[in-house]
Design a protein around this ligand. Structure first.
Ligand code: DX5
Ligand code: ZN
Length: 222
């Protein structure tokens, strides 16, 4: 079953609580929260305080996507704020295995993100410890960018490997997901689809969540 994860990066921040409730009512399972530090990516967003105040507005799984250098510094604070899951970038960590354990010790699930140019090799030997691999389908930093189709074979290869090893690790895709690309990534084997502009920049975000699920589900026979 495909899961839809609206990204609040494209939400109207002046009424963030309402926007989050809206997508939850539309059936989104996961709320994707993009944390940027102006160093790993050329943009700044939010920290644990936003997670803490949204926690009272939603029962969705809070999926924190850390696009920051030294991600190990922020794990405890996001756990305290109410995050359910943390994904960090492989490109930011020399000790990925240790960081996964730190995230789990805080009672959260753990994921690793790979930029479009980063090969799968770096996660191959730690897949059994991971709950999710996030394959970036744009260069991280901004919402509303165009999907990079070269990532499709990477999704396929990872999906095949997870099936062969009977792994329960999930594949998340993030960046440029719309009705057309949702169908493509679902067919390639993605399980969780992040969508920012394709949800919150639409006139009807609730219908947008449903349409993306339908477009993806059709490819999976759901
Ligand atoms: C980009 C972020 C994404 C972003 C996706 O660095 O990680 O989560 O919100 O936005 P769209 O879906 O608009 O490409
Ligand atoms: Zn993201």
């Amino acid at each position: 079953m495909i899961q839809i994860a609206p990204s609040i990066l494209s939400a109207d921040f002046s009424r963030l609580g309402d926007q989050v409730q809206m997508v939850e009512e539309a059936g989104a399972e996961v709320l994707h929260i993009d944390v940027m530090d102006g160093h790993f990516v050329p943009n700044l967003t939010f920290g644990p305080a936003i997670v803490k105040s949204l926690r009272n507005h939603s029962k969705m799984r809070f999926d924190v996507h850390l696009m920051v250098e030294e991600p190990e510094k922020f794990i405890v604070e996001f756990a305290k704020a109410g995050a359910d899951h943390i994904t960090f970038h492989l490109e930011t960590s020399l000790h990925a295995h240790r960081l996964i354990q730190q995230i789990k010790e805080q009672g959260m699930t753990a994921g690793i993100a790979l930029n479009p140019a980063t090969p799968l090799d770096g996660v191959k030997y730690i897949l059994q410890d991971l709950d999710m691999v996030l394959l970036m389908t744009v260069n991280p930093g901004f919402g509303g960018q165009n999907f990079i189709p070269n990532v499709l074979p990477k999704i396929q290869v990872l999906h095949r490997h997870l099936e062969q090893t009977q792994s329960s690790c999930l594949i998340q895709v993030d960046g440029g997901i719309n009705l057309e690309t949702a169908a493509m990534v679902a067919q390639a084997g993605a399980h969780i689809l992040v969508a920012g502009a394709a949800v919150f920049a639409q006139a009807d975000p609730q219908q947008a969540v449903k349409n993306i699920r339908k477009a993806a589900g059709l490819m999976k026979g759901e």
